[in-house]
Design a protein around this ligand. Structure first.
Ligand code: PA5
Length: 331
């Protein structure tokens, strides 16, 4: 499993090799990204990158469900993402986008979506097969950014992705050792894990939560300031249980973010919770997000190793997937 994460440099190279090949001649009203779990978080990243990009004017909507909002129409561009190509919620959303005649791009490695997109001649980007869906994040994310850039809807340009490749080369070893330290910190302190951060890094807190859920098999709470300061903060006055371990994630180049984290730190310290802070490396937001994702992914695998469990297997997701046909019914 560690190798899947250490393969992120190769994923960036794969993405660069196909940069410029997929063009959509269409100016959409909305850019919609739909998928679940490890594939679903691609939409969160695109949203975060689009929101912080100067002069990008297209609204991005992330859908992690089997249904589409009623207002989605043929004026919209939809990226349908499922690593396996078989996730039922995503298949249902895909069929609905076809019914509404949206412009579509499918990103997958396999399964129903690959077969159906080929048969219907829908733009299709195939990513590396045979790894854990959540570890295919860079390739799936860069596939979306590639289509947008090639179509004149640039959020991230090819040269920024080339910089990311160099950044990964220089920082892979750093990320690995930081991940080992984090895993040991969480393992030694044994509290419920809290991932605390500031905007616009909520995507990283969600991704980190998902990684520790799936790889380490533990529940995780996320605290994102400033919204945290309007509700969660009160919950910390009198929690039922009092054993928490806090992992703070901050952008060292964001002065307000740093002040927010300092304030959060004060509240956790008052309770006596052990706290560890991760300062994101990288020059651009894309580098910071993917550096943080790599560190959290590897840390969650290393924690699984310390707990002597298999990071790859996700039994309860398989149980859900075997029942989801009954739950959702046929479309
Ligand atoms: O990472 C995982 O294994 C999961 O979160 C999956 O991504 C999730 O179950 C959805 O499956 P898929 O990515 O194949 O659509």
């Amino acid at each position: 499993m560690e190798d899947y994460y250490l393969g992120w440099l190769e994923q960036v190279e794969n993405a660069l090799n196909i940069w410029g090949y997929y063009k959509i001649d269409f100016k959409p009203r909305l850019i919609i990204i739909t998928g679940m779990g490890g594939s679903g978080c691609v939409g969160d990243y695109v949203y975060a990158l689009a929101s912080t990009k100067e002069r990008f004017r297209y609204p991005v909507l992330v859908i992690k469900s089997y249904e589409l909002p009623k207002f989605v129409s043929n004026e919209d561009l939809v990226f349908v993402i499922s690593y396996s190509g078989d996730t039922l919620e995503t298949r249902y959303a895909y069929l609905e986008t076809l019914r509404r005649k949206c412009r579509l791009v499918v990103i997958t490695s396999n399964g129903f979506l690959e077969r159906d997109a080929k048969q219907k001649n829908i733009p299709l980007i195939l990513v590396t097969k045979g790894i854990a869906p959540r570890t295919a994040l860079p390739e799936m994310l860069l596939a979306v950014l590639n289509v947008l850039d090639t179509s004149g809807l640039t959020i991230v340009s090819k040269s920024e992705v080339e910089d990311l490749r160099e950044f990964f080369k220089e920082n892979m070893a750093n990320a690995y050792s930081e991940a080992v330290e984090i895993a040991e910190f969480i393992h030694n302190n044994k509290g419920v894990l809290v991932i605390a951060t500031h905007t616009p890094l909520e995507v990283l807190a969600i991704r980190g939560k998902n990684e520790f859920n799936e790889n380490s098999k533990i529940p995780v709470k996320i605290d994102v300031a400033p919204e945290w300061a309007h509700n969660d903060i009160v919950g910390w006055e009198n929690p039922f249980i009092n054993k928490y371990t806090v992992l703070e994630i901050a952008d060292p180049d964001n002065p307000i973010g740093l002040k927010l984290i300092e304030f959060m730190d004060e509240i956790y310290m008052e309770k006596g919770y052990p706290v560890k802070r991760v300062l994101l490396k990288g020059e651009h937001f894309l580098q910071k997000l993917l550096y943080g994702s790599l560190v959290l992914g590897l840390a969650s695998v290393k924690l699984a190793r310390l707990l002597r469990i298999d990071p790859l297997e996700t039994k309860n997701i398989s149980k859900y997937k075997s029942r989801v046909y009954d739950i959702l019914g046929q479309t």
